[in-house]
Design a protein around this ligand. Structure first.
Ligand code: ADP
Ligand code: MG
Length: 342
């Protein structure tokens, strides 16, 4: 039988010690980490970017098909993705958790394995958090802190008319992965004992269970002296994100369907399910890619990076926000992004 250690055998402080005993800091800016009333960070003349996000069981994740290690990893990634979306480098996170006695020490160890794996990969220090109980359901709240050279941060509100709209990586895969996992969960619940058939769809399942943040894109900007005029990460889908940039920059946009990057395996799977791959990219979300705008004069620098696609351009607000389909027709862009309150 699998080992199960009740959390009550350790107590809150014993648990925190256990979860953080091998925690080592990597950044010189981490003056004081876990163990006191607060952490201390040195700014070294940089500006600090802070972002926080909460993940709630049953709303943002389903433990039936989400391994805890992946969940730990993803909790960190989705938070530092917001820091990259500000053109900043993440340096620190705090991790606050609430769980019921359904959770064993072994389960929390698995969750923290994922957290530490992400911290190592992205060079981030875990410097604190909070630990408490919940009656039901697992709740995760992460705060990410990052640094940026003075005034090099990028907001959603400063895109300019004529700027190119660009996207990193590919879109829609995470939604398709989620659709597949949800389908197999339903089959499993309706026909007990049937093994899930994930159809070897490793790519899309990886996109939903183990997303990555686009550290490489921020590094590419720095190496090539590119500062986007605006930027946002894709948590809710391309439409919704682009409309945020339009609204906050008081502009409109034109998006070309044929330019939207969709992975081939994802596209084939969408066709198999008779779902429109473009709809997955526009409204799916959770891809954690970056959407950004740059002046047309910077186009030559972008071509160096195969991970970046130009998908459209910014217009005056009065022209509205549109998508031009592959067939050449023009439709208003609508935000059907995933809504936590649906
Ligand atoms: P306080 O009562 O002053 O808030 P706590 O007893 O909650 O302090 O936490 C003690 C130390 O452990 C603090 O440095 C806190 O940031 C850290 N900590 C608490 N829970 C976690 C957790 N789940 N993961 C990482 N660090 C944690
Ligand atoms: Mg506390």
């Amino acid at each position: 039988m699998e080992e199960r250690t009740e959390i009550s055998t350790l107590g809150e402080f014993g648990l925190i010690d256990h979860l953080t005993k091998n925690n080592e800091t990597k950044n010189a800016s981490t003056i004081l980490g876990v163990g006191d009333d607060g952490a201390v960070i040195d700014h070294f003349g940089k500006q600090t970017v802070i972002s926080t996000d909460m993940l709630v069981e049953g709303i943002h994740f389903d433990l039936m098909y989400t391994p805890l290690k992946h969940l730990g990893y993803k909790s960190v990634v989705v938070n530092i993705s917001d820091i990259y979306a500000m053109n900043a480098t993440p340096t620190h996170i705090t991790m606050s958790i609430a769980f019921s006695n359904r959770f064993s020490l072994e389960a929390l160890d698995e969750f923290y394995e994922g957290i530490y794996a992400a911290c190592d990969k992205y060079g981030v220090d875990l410097i604190g958090g909070d630990t408490t109980s919940s009656q039901k359901g697992f709740i995760i709240s992460v705060t990410a802190i990052g640094e940026v050279p003075p005034d090099k941060y990028v907001t959603r509100s400063t895109a300019k008319v004529g700027d190119l709209v660009c996207v990193s990586g590919d879109l829609g895969g995470a939604f398709l992965g989620l659709t597949l996992l949800e389908r197999e969960k339903k089959v499993y619940l309706e026909t007990k004992g049937v093994q899930p058939d994930l159809e070897n769809q490793d790519y899309i399942i990886g996109r939903i269970l183990k997303p990555e943040a686009r550290k490489d894109i921020i590094e590419f900007f720095a190496a090539n002296d590119i500062i986007p005029t605006s930027m946002i990460d894709v948590s809710d889908g391309l439409s919704s994100e682009l409309l945020h940039i339009c609204k906050q920059s008081a502009l409109g946009c034109v998006l070309y369907e044929e330019k939207i990057p969709v992975n081939d395996l994802a596209r084939q799977f969408a066709y198999k399910l008779e779902i429109d791959p473009t709809a997955c990219a526009l409204s799916g979300g959770e891809d954690y890619e970056l959407v950004f705008t740059i002046p047309q004069s910077e186009y030559d620098k972008l071509v160096l990076n195969e991970q970046i696609s130009v998908v459209g351009y910014m217009t005056e607000a009065i022209e509205g926000s549109h998508i031009i389909t592959k067939g050449g027709s023009r439709h208003p862009l609508t935000a059907q992004g995933w809504n936590a309150f649906n």
